[in-house]
Write a protein that binds this ligand. Structure first.
Ligand code: FES
Length: 100
């Protein structure tokens, strides 16, 4: 299974993941440049990504993720926090853009 990260320079990077990993863990393993000031605890909002597809398969945004998103810049309806998003086979092919 894989996710595709789109970086600020618009380059695309396919990265493999396993069931149960968070999007942030997968990004870090692949050295995708993404902030994580609270170290993946769904508090700081710095791991903000824009999800481009599969919206109907994403888990709903929890209250904690919603609160942390208040700290992110440039939030849109596609915004999620990479550390709060747990991946499974339903999300194979997910496209996550790192906001400019
Ligand atoms: S790393 Fe802080 S909210 Fe994700």
């Amino acid at each position: 299974m894989k996710v595709i990260f789109i970086l600020k320079d618009q380059s695309e990077h396919e990265v493999n993941f396993e069931n149960g990993q968070t999007l942030l863990e997968v990004a870090k393993q692949a050295e995708i440049p993404i902030h994580s000031y609270c170290e993946g605890n769904c508090i700081c909002g710095s791991c903000h990504v824009l999800i481009e597809n599969l919206h109907d398969r994403l888990s709903p945004i929890s209250e904690q993720e919603n609160d942390a998103l208040d700290n992110a810049i440039g939030v849109t309806p596609q915004s999620r926090l990479a550390c709060c998003l747990v991946l499974d086979s339903q999300l194979d092919g997910l496209r996550a853009k790192i906001p400019a």
